[in-house]
Write a new protein. Structure first.
Length: 266
C-alpha cells in the first residue's frame, strides 16, 4: 500500500507541475502575440467608443511602456525607498534544546532551529503611466508584479529589549517562547520603485467614468514589471520548460511507485 500512496502523491505533484508549465507557456504566448500600444491611441479609442455607445463599454487588453507618475509615492518601511508597491517582513530566528525519550528509555538531546514573523506589511498605491503620448491610470491590485530587492540582511541578537529598530522603523517585540534563544532578526523588503521604467500588460476599461488599466474583469493576464517584454517572455518560457521536465520526472516516479506496489504487494 505504501508504494501505491507514494506513487499517487508523485502523480498528483506531476499533474500540478504540468498545469503550472501550461500556465507559464500561455503567458509567454499571450505576450508574444500582443503588440505595443500608446496611451494616446488608447484614449482616442475609448473616446470613440464612448461617443458611439456610451461610457463604461470600453474594455480592451493593452500593452504599454513608460515612466510611472505618482504625486505622493510610498516610502518603504525598511529602506525608505520611494515606491509604488512594497512588501516587507521581519523574521526572528531562534534555536531551542529539545530532549526526547525513545521506547527503551534512552534520552537524546538535540538543538532545533526555527523562525517566526515579528512584522510584515504590504502596501500599494494607484499611479499613472506616462509613455510620452499621454498618461493613463494604473491600479496595481491583483497584478503579477516584478519587485526589486531593497533589503535582505540578518542582524544578530544584541541583548533583548521590547523594541526592535531598523532604519527609521520600530517594531514591538513579544516575549520569547520559554526555552527559545533568539539568534537574531532577518529583514527583507521588496519594492516596485517609483523611478524605473515599467512594462504593463493588462485590461484597459472605463467603468465609473475613469479610464485605467487594472485587473481584468474576467480571466486574463495582468503584469507590471521593471523588466522588458522580451525578458518576461524568456523567463516564462524557461519556467515552462523546467516545470514540464519536472512534471515528467514525477509522473515517471508515480508510475514506478505503482509498479513496485504491484510486484511487492504493498
Amino acid at each position: 500500500m505504501t508504494f501505491f500512496i507514494l506513487g499517487g502523491i508523485a502523480i498528483v505533484i506531476g499533474l500540478a507541475l504540468f498545469l503550472a508549465s501550461r500556465s507559464q507557456a500561455e503567458h509567454a504566448f499571450i505576450l508574444k502575440s500582443s503588440k505595443a500600444d500608446n496611451v494616446k491611441d488608447i484614449v482616442s479609442l475609448q473616446s470613440h467608443i464612448a461617443s458611439e455607445i456610451g461610457s463604461g463599454s470600453f474594455r480592451e487588453f493593452v500593452e504599454v511602456t513608460g515612466m510611472p507618475v505618482a504625486d505622493s509615492p510610498l516610502q518603504s518601511e525598511l529602506s525608505g525607498t520611494p515606491c509604488l508597491y512594497y512588501n516587507m517582513t521581519v523574521t526572528r530566528e531562534w534555536e531551542e534544546t529539545v530532549s526526547t525519550t525513545d521506547d527503551k528509555g534512552n534520552k537524546q538531546t538535540t538543538t532545533q532551529r526555527g523562525s517566526d514573523i515579528v512584522s510584515s506589511n504590504t502596501r500599494s498605491i494607484n499611479f499613472f503611466l506616462d509613455d510620452g503620448t499621454g498618461k493613463i491610470e494604473i491600479r496595481p491590485e491583483g497584478a503579477q508584479i516584478d519587485l526589486v530587492k531593497a533589503v535582505d540582511t540578518f542582524q544578530p541578537e544584541e541583548g533583548g529589549g521590547t523594541k526592535l529598530s531598523f532604519g527609521k522603523a520600530t517594531f514591538e517585540l513579544k516575549s520569547n517562547t520559554a526555552g527559545r534563544r533568539t539568534l537574531g532578526y532577518r529583514y527583507q523588503e521588496y519594492v516596485l520603485p517609483a523611478n524605473q521604467r515599467l512594462f504593463i500588460f493588462g485590461e484597459a476599461s472605463d467603468g465609473g467614468n475613469s479610464l485605467r488599466i487594472s485587473r481584468p474583469e474576467k480571466k486574463g493576464l495582468f503584469v507590471i514589471s521593471h523588466l522588458s517584454k522580451e525578458e518576461i517572455i524568456q523567463r516564462s518560457e524557461g519556467s515552462s520548460k523546467f516545470l514540464k521536465i519536472a512534471s515528467i520526472i514525477f509522473a515517471l516516479l508515480g508510475v514506478g511507485g505503482f509498479v513496485l506496489g504491484i510486484f511487492s504487494g504493498s
